[in-house]
Design a protein around this ligand. Structure first.
Ligand code: 6PG
Length: 610
C-alpha cells in the first residue's frame, strides 16, 4: 500500500468556502512545483463526508480508499474544537499524493482532505458548510460509525444533501442498533440509500450459500430446511444480518425461541446463532440441515477460504479487506440495495424482540401490531431521543402530554429496562398543556404523570417544571409558565425554546395539546410560548404551548392508539390541510423530526400502505 504521506501539503485553514478552494489550488501548485519532473494528475471520484473524534485517525481510511477511489474527504471533527472561536467553523485542507501506478511514474492527487473544526456554537452551520464544499459533479456519501439516532439532526440534514449513507453495523449496540437504523431510514426527508460495511463483509458468505443451493438437485432442499446454525467470532450483528437475509429471502417468519439467540417458526424450523472463540472476527461457519443433506460452509483459518461441503466441495477465497476497500466496493455497486434493507428489517426484529410487533416504519409513521409493541415503540423513541440529546448538549428537555394514551408509555418508562437506561438526573420535564385545576385533581395532567412515572423514577424534583394551576387565573398561570420556560431556556427577545422531545396526543376532533378547533390559541403569537385557551365546547379554559413552540422542537412524537382515532389519523395524514378545523395538522416541525406512533387499530383507516 502506498505511503500516503510521502507528499502532503496542508494549508493554515479558512473560514469561507471560496478560501478553501483557493488554498487547495495553492497546495496543488505547491506540490506540482516540488517535483516538476512528474506531471500532477488530479483524480477525484467521489465526495466522502466523515465524522470523527480525531481527524488523524481518518488518514488511514482515506489512504485505503484512495487506492481505488480517490476522493474529496470532508472530515467533521465531532469533538468541540478548543482552539476555534465558539461561533466559528474552520476548514483545514490537506492534499495527499502518491505515485500513480503504471510504467511512467506520475504523481496522482489521490485525496483532498478538508477537516472542519467546529466551534461550540457552530454545529448548526455544518450542513451548509459541507454542502458548499461538495464537488457538485460527483456522488456524495456519508460514512458514519457507531449507533444512529432518530434525533440526530446533523445526520438528517446532511442526509438531504448526499446520495448515500455508509454505516458499519459492527460498531452498533448489539440489541438496539439495527432497530435504530431502520427507524432512522423511515423518518421524513430521508431519501438517500443506506449501505453497511458489515453487509458487504457477508458478500462471499451469501455467495457460498446461494451457490450451494443453486443446482437443480439442491434447489428443492431450500423448502425442507429444518435447522440452521450460524457461528461467529466477535461479530453478533454480522450473524444477525446473515440470518435476517436468509429469513427475508425464504420468508421464514421467525419468532423468538425458548432461549437467547434461538428462533423458530410455525413450521418447526430452528435457527441458532453461536459465538465461538477461535478464528478471526466475523462468520466462522454455517450449517444448514435440509434432509437428506447438511450444507456446511466454513472458513478455514489457514487459507482464508470458505469451503462448502454438500457432496460437492467448493472454495471461495476471501479478499484482503479493510474499511477503505469495503467502502470502495459499496460505491462501485451503488444503487438502492433492497436485499440489504429487507435483511436489515428482519435482523432488527430478531435482535429487538420488543419490536417484533412493529408492522412498519414509513415516513415517520410507525405502526405497532398491538398495545404492547405500541408502548415499547414509544418508550424506545423516548429513550433514543434522551440519549441523543444528552450526548449532544448534556441534558434532555421533554414536554409531556396529558390524556389517557400516554399512560402506557409512562408506566413502561417507570420500569426496567427503560427506567434504568434513561439518565433521569439529566432529564427536565415540562408539560405541553394542562387543565387549570389543582395538581391533585383527577383531571390534572401533572397528577397523571406523577402517578404513572415521575414518582417512580430518580428524577430530581428541581427537574420537574410544574405549572402553577388551581390557584391563579388561567391567564396568570399561563404567563407564569411562559416565564419559567423563558428563564430555563435562557431565551432572548422573541426566541422560541427548542425542546428535545414534545409528546402529543390526538383528539378525535383533531385537537392536540390544548389547541382546539377554532380556539383563540390558534391565532396566538407563538412568542407567547404558553397561553390560556378558552375552549367553548368544554366550557373551560385550558393552558397550552403555542403551535410555533411545538414546531420548534427537535422531535415531536404523536401517540395515537385505538380504533376511535382511526378517522382523525386518516384526516391528519391523508386529507387536505384544514388547520383551523383540525389543529393537529398545524404540527410540522421546522427543523426536527415528526414521528407518529400508532397501533394497528388507529391506522386501520389509512388508505396509503404503511
Ligand atoms: C390532554 C391532552 C390532549 C389529549 C388528547 C387525546 O390534556 O387531554 O393534551 O390533547 O392528548 O385529547 O387524549 P387521549 O389520549 O385520552 O385520547
Amino acid at each position: 500500500m502506498s505511503d500516503l504521506t510521502n507528499l502532503t501539503a496542508t494549508a493554515g485553514g479558512a473560514t469561507r468556502v471560496a478560501d478553501v478552494e483557493n488554498e487547495l489550488n495553492t497546495l496543488w501548485t505547491q506540490i506540482a512545483e516540488e517535483d516538476s519532473k512528474h506531471p500532477l494528475l488530479r483524480a477525484t471520484t467521489l465526495n466522502l463526508v466523515l465524522f470523527t473524534e480525531d481527524a488523524n485517525s481518518v488518514t488511514t481510511l482515506i489512504g485505503q480508499l484512495s487506492e481505488t477511489h480517490p476522493c474529496r474527504a470532508i472530515v467533521i471533527e465531532t469533538g468541540t474544537a478548543q482552539d476555534v472561536q465558539p461561533d466559528s467553523l474552520v476548514a483545514v485542507p490537506t492534499l495527499f499524493c502518491r505515485p500513480s501506478l503504471g510504467a511512467e511514474v506520475r504523481k496522482q492527487v489521490c485525496c483532498e482532505e478538508i477537516v472542519l473544526r467546529v466551534g461550540r456554537d457552530a454545529s448548526d452551520r455544518v450542513p451548509g458548510a459541507v454542502q458548499g464544499l461538495l464537488l457538485s459533479d460527483l456522488p456524495a456519501y456519508i460514512f458514519w460509525q457507531g449507533d444512529v439516532s432518530i434525533s440526530n439532526v446533523l445526520l438528517k440534514s446532511l442526509g438531504e444533501v448526499t446520495d448515500g449513507w455508509i454505516v458499519d453495523s459492527a460498531t452498533f449496540d448489539e440489541s438496539t442498533g439495527l432497530t435504530n437504523l431502520v427507524w432512522f431510514l423511515d423518518t421524513p426527508h430521508w431519501h438517500g440509500s443506506v449501505y453497511d460495511l458489515n453487509w458487504q463483509r457477508l458478500l462471499f458468505w451469501r455467495g457460498a450459500v446461494a451457490q450451494s443451493f443453486d443446482s437443480p438437485q439442491d434447489r428443492p432442499a431450500l423448502k425442507t430446511i429444518r435447522d440452521v446454525e450460524v457461528a461467529h467470532h466477535d461479530a453478533p450483528i454480522q450473524a444477525l444480518l446473515f440470518v435476517g437475509w436468509l429469513a427475508s429471502r425464504l420468508d421464514w417468519q421467525l419468532v423468538p425461541g425458548n432461549q437467547p439467540n434461538v428462533w423458530t417458526n410455525n413450521n418447526g424450523l430452528m435457527v441458532r446463532i453461536l459465538s465461538v472463540a477461535e478464528g478471526g472476527p466475523g462468520l466462522r461457519s454455517v450449517n444448514i440441515t435440509a434432509e437428506p443433506h447438511v450444507y456446511s460452509i466454513d472458513l478455514a483459518d489457514e487459507d482464508q477460504f470458505i469451503h462448502t461441503t454438500n457432496g460437492r466441495a467448493r472454495a471461495f477465497q476471501l479478499p484482503e479487506e479493510n474499511t477503505g476497500t469495503l467502502i470502495g466496493a459499496i460505491i462501485d455497486t451503488a444503487g438502492r440495495d433492497v436485499v440489504f434493507e429487507a435483511a436489515l428489517a428482519e435482523a432488527a426484529g430478531l435482535s429487538d424482540p420488543d419490536m417484533t410487533g412493529v408492522l412498519s416504519w414509513k415516513s415517520g409513521l410507525v405502526v405497532a401490531e398491538n398495545a404492547v409493541a405500541f408502548a415499547h415503540l414509544a418508550a424506545r423513541y423516548f429513550l433514543l431521543a434522551s440519549q441523543q440529546a444528552i450526548k449532544q448538549h448534556g441534558l434532555f428537555t421533554v414536554a409531556l402530554s396529558g390524556g389517557s394514551t400516554p399512560k402506557a408509555l409512562y408506566s413502561l418508562l417507570a420500569q426496567p429496562p427503560y427506567r434504568d437506561q434513561v439518565e433521569w438526573t439529566k432529564v427536565h420535564v415540562f408539560w405541553g398543556d394542562e387543565r387549570n385545576v389543582p395538581i391533585d385533581h383527577p383531571d390534572s395532567c401533572q397528577r397523571m404523570a406523577h402517578e404513572t412515572l415521575l414518582d417512580k423514577v430518580p428524577i430530581p424534583p428541581a427537574n420537574i417544571h410544574g405549572i402553577a394551576t388551581g390557584t391563579l387565573s388561567a391567564e396568570d398561570a399561563a404567563t407564569r409558565y411562559a416565564e419559567e420556560i423563558r428563564s430555563f431556556f435562557k431565551l432572548q427577545n422573541d426566541d422560541l425554546p427548542v425542546f428535545d422531545l414534545i409528546l402529543l396526543g390526538l383528539g378525535e376532533d383533531g385537537h392536540t395539546a390544548s389547541l382546539f378547533p377554532h380556539s383563540p390559541a390558534l391565532s396566538a403569537d407563538d412568542t407567547q410560548l404558553f397561553v390560556a385557551n378558552p375552549v367553548e365546547k368544554l366550557n373551560t379554559t385550558r393552558l397550552t404551548l403555542t403551535a410555533g413552540v411545538i414546531n420548534n422542537a427537535n422531535t415531536v412524537m404523536f401517540l395515537v392508539s385505538g380504533a376511535s382515532k382511526a378517522a382523525i389519523l386518516h384526516v391528519l395524514l391523508e386529507e387536505p390541510p384544514s388547520p383551523d378545523d383540525f389543529p393537529s395538522q398545524r404540527i410540522h416541525p421546522s427543523h426536527g423530526t415528526l414521528l407518529i406512533v400508532a397501533d394497528r387499530d388507529a391506522a386501520s383507516k389509512l388508505q396509503s400502505a404503511y
